[in-house]
Design a binder for this molecule. Structure first.
Ligand code: TPP
Ligand code: MG
Length: 665
């Protein structure tokens, strides 16, 4: 076993040396744990890597990529040539690991703290699927995660630790690579916390071991797997840069410098010799290590045969559920009776969203909805009323009360989606999307279809004042619509519907979007229904002409959300002056830009006179209105007052639309 761990250390150090860039120290310290995990504990089918009941391993410190790639090379997922190609253009051994289940990578990692929160989410998803389906494989699944000092220091660990302990996620085992060293200092320069006591206080089972001792790791993992009620934290005291030597062949262990740079020159050579390999030919898997992993591959065949047999026995007596599980994991769009969803005219779009969520709770068996302590305000309670929240030892419900922890909630939801088999949505106030942005970005990069519900979309939050009134948030989040993912598609879909019926359409698009995250932005206040005869199915085009618009318009008015109905009010006044008006509702500019050029031209012809109104920054509409048009938006933070007063004071009424547009002629 020690030889195998040394093999990982040799490969990790050599990859970084060859790339002239990367992080050898942490990887060398963590090698013993990952070796024990993969050679003795992790249960999966090498032939069928996406099998739904597999154990999963979520890496938190993405900088320890060389450790993961080296281990995955030992199990045959990467070749020596690919290891030699670390961090190079087109190589699968990217600087930080990127989601690739076929290759054994369960999550993209890099922003410290997020990875282990995904694991918490995956553990929740496994519990939920076990409760919902009764398929025994979900009950037996173990979610492993690996965290380092940086991840423990990140604030998100507070939320992830609290939730895992609170929910009693005994299917979660977290290894903490406690090497007392971080990027720029030793850990004792920034913290004196008792991490074991902290996790114990959250209800975790905490074990403290020598993280470089194979026997102790094995014993800890065995104990953790036997735990019935609590998640387990294994604090492994590891040696940063284990086995590393300096130029003069003295110890290079426990040294910050090995965190993020190649060992370099003679230090590298001395290290490789010290670890028992040839510096001229280091990319080798030792014969005994090959044997060890061949033995494991053989064991996995037996392990999997048992699991498959168990699943098959269950499937025989639960054929319908077995078919459903397959379609859930294939990410199929669920059948929903959208036509039967009736919206109340003039309702706030957050309430309209609650109506949809109520239908989804009833019709989508594998959906989980979450809120960060705002369910009665963000109206995810439309879902909650039809189910109940997860509790310690009880995952028969489908609602995840995350507590006040937006980033944690977002990452847990991403983790659920990464686990697969579930459709996930989470809600909070739009202004607090700021607290979630790092997770939204990762969801976009990983192409994970989490639905983000953001309510209280503008200054019309009113009395709560500027702290609670989003202004720049819509422009910010819409930048993600412009950013392409690696599949060449918009990395995110962002929809801000104009009334209750458009909200149903927006939700439909969100559910049908299975290849990127969706942001749904809803109003707090009631919104007047769009003119009679409006063709709501046009929402799917991203921008469309609202019913009642005139032929050959003198001016085109563009907005999203509740500003569309303000434009409608303004248009009535303008028409009295003989002007012909077109009103365009643009719930998603990103979606609009994916339509044909002809369609785009037919809605907003270039060269026409365009006026846009937004409760966000004017730049929110710049892409649609262009620099020759005029945009009326918020130029400052909002203010504290009843929203109707704010509408008047800030100019969000039909009268001001009239004045602004008249000034263009
Ligand atoms: C959110 C976030 N902030 C900062 C960084 C940059 N960074 C990468 S690793 C690291 C700290 C490394 O310490 P540790 O996690 O203990 O890893 P080790 O040095 O032991 O390998 C930092 C600050 C990051 N990757 N993510
Ligand atoms: Mg460290």
């Amino acid at each position: 076993m020690n030889h195998a761990a040394d093999n990982i250390r040799i490969l990790a150090a050599s990859m970084v040396e060859k790339a002239k860039s990367g992080h050898p120290g942490g990887a060398m310290g963590g090698a013993d744990f990952i070796n024990v995990l993969y050679s003795e504990f992790l249960e999966y089918d090498p032939e069928n890597p996406s099998w739904e009941g597999r154990d999963r391993f979520f890496l938190d410190p993405g900088h320890m990529a060389p450790m993961l790639y080296s281990e995955l090379a030992l199990i045959g997922k990467f070749t020596m040539d690919e290891l030699k190609d670390l961090r190079q253009w087109g190589s699968p051994t990217t600087g930080h690991p990127e989601l690739n289940v076929t290759r054994g990578i369960e999550n993209t990692s890099g922003p410290l703290g997020q990875g282990h929160a995904y694991a918490v989410g995956a553990a929740i998803a496994a519990k939920f699927l076990a409760a919902r389906t009764g398929n025994p494989v979900f009950e037996k699944e173990t979610i492993y995660t690996y965290i380092s000092d940086g991840g423990v220091e990140e604030e998100i660990s507070q939320g992830a630790g609290r939730i895992a302990g609170f929910l009693g996620l005994n299917n979660l085992i977290m290894f903490y690579d406690s090497n007392d060293i971080q990027l720029s200092t030793e850990c004792n320069a920034v913290t004196a916390e008792n991490t074991a006591m902290k996790y114990e206080a959250w209800g975790w089972n905490v074990l403290e071991i020598n993280g470089n001792d194979c026997e102790e790791i094995r014993e800890a993992l065995t104990t953790a797997k036997a735990e019935k009620k609590r998640p387990t934290l294994i604090i492994g005291k590891c040696i940063m840069g284990k086995g590393a030597r300096k130029e003069d062949n003295s110890s290079y262990e426990r040294n910050c410098k090995t965190h993020g740079a190649p060992l370099g020159g003679d230090a590298y050579k001395n290290t490789i010799v010290n670890l028992g390999a040839d510096p001229e030919n280091p990319f080798v898997i030792f014969d005994d290590v090959k044997e060890l992993y061949a033995k494991r591959a053989h064991e996995l065949k037996d392990i999997m045969a048992t699991k498959y047999a168990e699943e098959e026995t269950w499937a025989k007596s639960n054929p319908d559920k077995a078919v459903k599980i397959k379609s859930w994991f294939a990410g199929k769009t669920p059948d929903i009776d959208w036509k039967s969803i009736e919206q109340k005219e003039g309702n706030a779009t957050r309430n309209a969203s609650a109506t949809v969520l109520g239908a989804l709770a009833e019709q989508v068996e594998n959906m989980i909805c979450a809120s960060a302590d705002l369910s009665n305000s963000d109206k995810t309670d439309g879902f909650l009323k039809k189910t109940h929240a997860f509790a310690n030892g009880d995952f028969s419900g489908a609602f995840f009360q995350a507590g006040v922890a937006e980033l944690t909630m977002a990452c847990c939801c991403i983790g659920m989606a990464l686990h697969g088999g579930v459709i996930v949505a989470c809600g909070t106030f739009f202004v607090f999307s700021d607290y979630m942005k790092p997770a939204v970005r990762m969801a976009a990069l990983m192409e994970v279809p989490v639905k983000f519900i953001w309510t209280h979309d503008a200054f019309r939050v009113g009395e709560d004042g500027p702290t609670h009134e989003p202004v720049e948030q819509e422009a910010q989040i819409r930048l993600m619509e412009r950013l392409k993912n690696h599949s060449g598609k918009n990395s995110m879909l962002v929809l801000r519907p104009a009334d209750a019926d458009e909200t149903t359409e927006a939700w439909k698009l969100a559910i049908e979007n299975t290849s990127s995250p969706t942001g749904l932005i809803f109003s707090r206040q009631n919104i007047t229904k769009l003119p009679a005869g409006n063709d709501y199915s046009q929402t799917a085009k991203g921008a469309y002409i609202v019913a009642g618009s005139d032929e050959k318009p003198d001016v085109i008015l563009v907005a999203s959300g509740s500003e569309v109905s303000t434009l409608v009010a303004g248009a009535e006044l303008l028409r009295k002056d003989g002007l012909k008006i077109r009103i365009v509702s643009a719930p998603s500019e990103g979606l609009f830009r994916t339509q044909s050029k002809e369609y785009q031209e037919s809605i907003i012809p270039s060269g026409s006179k365009i006026f846009g109104m937004t409760a966000g920054l004017p730049v929110t509409l710049l892409g649609l209105v262009g620099t020759n048009g005029k945009i009326f938006g918020m130029e400052s933070f909002g203010f504290s007052a009843p929203y109707k007063v704010l509408d008047e004071k800030l100019g969000f009424n039909g009268e001001n639309v009239y004045n602004q547009v008249k000034a263009m002629f």
